[in-house]
Design a protein around this ligand. Structure first.
Ligand code: SF4
Ligand code: MG
Length: 330
């Protein structure tokens, strides 16, 4: 498999009047062609900030990538100029946001919005751009594309609008699609259709997808691999089966509520008692200590290291580290 994106030890901070928030604290992962990596976690865990950092969309200031690398097809994105990033964004890397209404411009026709980006990014004639737009409308399952492209966003249903947003994202044939809560604003039936569409598109185009979500039903449906984020860190990652059937981190276990099933349709993350740590002053040790039913003395003092349970499954937890026993006694 071909690696499309490599994120290495990413750190992102935000300066506020109350101090500096350490929103992302050393995140690493890879994404391969044709796969869907789901990044899951509660709101504020850093998953959206991670995706914004990949896209070069961290507002600086107050935000800053203080450390780490985002390597897309061998290019280090964090070192590129705004102009170079703009060239990649919307072309090689596309993003789909939660609310299709805010992603679309109500005053432009769908055709204008479909062809706008590709005309900017590629030297292409209007006729070619239009042909491509029709092709993409077909790909996302909108009937009568030639006629319907002349209409405005409000003339489409919510589900159709999200299809249009996806068509726009695909116009330049991106290698990576980042979808941040792409179905949260849609009702359950439409959600299922959009998820099927993602799968279809991936099969046809081989695009790699990073799916940011808090919805385990969505994850169960389309993820190949899952990274679980907590307090700015990935605390467990693995294949879908590893995470759903063999969750090892107490936080992941809590999320799944010890019911590892793949039919958690529309089910939000289980609430776990307590709140995540304050990221103005993150704890020195495991960020889950205060909420963890298995916490040991070492946990709050020293950060657990990443333990590999398989070539695809890794967990940051002292329970898996044999040194914990000695450190507890010490
Ligand atoms: Fe719980 Fe300790 Fe593991 Fe953290 S390191 S999840 S506190 S057992
Ligand atoms: Mg978010």
């Amino acid at each position: 498999e071909k690696m499309v994106l490599e994120v290495r030890d990413l750190h992102v901070t935000f300066k506020t009047y109350g101090g500096t928030v350490q929103a992302v604290r050393g995140v690493s992962f890879d994404v391969y062609q044709g796969e869907t990596l789901a990044i899951v976690g509660e709101s504020g865990c850093g998953k959206s900030v991670t995706s914004s950092a990949i896209m070069g969309l961290i507002p600086t200031p107050p935000g800053e990538i203080t450390k780490g690398q985002v390597i897309f097809k061998g290019k280090e994105l964090t070192r590129l100029s705004k102009k170079e990033l703009r060239k990649i964004r919307g072309s090689d890397i596309s993003m789909i946001f939660q609310d299709p209404m805010t992603a679309l411009n109500p005053t432009l026709t769908v055709e204008e919005q479909l062809t706008e980006g590709i005309k900017q990014h590629k030297s292409i004639s209007s006729a070619e751009a239009k042909k491509k737009a029709i092709e993409m409308m077909k790909l996302v399952g909108i009937p009568n594309p030639t006629e319907r492209m002349k209409q405005y966003p409000h003339q489409f249903s919510g589900g159709m609008r999200q299809r249009i947003v996806i068509a726009i994202a695909l116009m330049c044939e991106p290698e990576l699609l980042i979808a941040d809560e792409p179905t949260t604003a849609l009702d359950v039936t439409i959600q299922a259709q959009i998820l099927e569409l993602f799968e279809e598109i991936q099969e046809k185009t081989g695009v790699a997808i990073i799916l940011i979500t808090h919805d385990l039903g969505v994850v169960a449906k389309i993820a190949d691999r899952i990274a679980v984020m907590y307090a700015g860190k990935i605390i467990e990652s693995g294949t879908k089966r590893e995470i759903f059937y063999k969750p090892n981190h107490p936080y992941t276990q809590g999320l799944l509520h010890s019911v590892p099933r793949l039919d958690l349709k529309g089910k939000a993350l289980e609430p776990i008692e307590g709140t995540p740590p304050d990221l103005f002053a993150p704890p020195a040790g495991c960020p889950f200590t205060a909420r963890c039913p298995h916490a040991m003395e070492v946990c709050e003092k020293v950060m657990p290291r990443s333990e590999s349970l398989s070539s695809t499954h890794s967990v940051d937890c002292w329970l898996l580290d044999e040194r914990a026993e000695g450190m507890r006694l010490a």
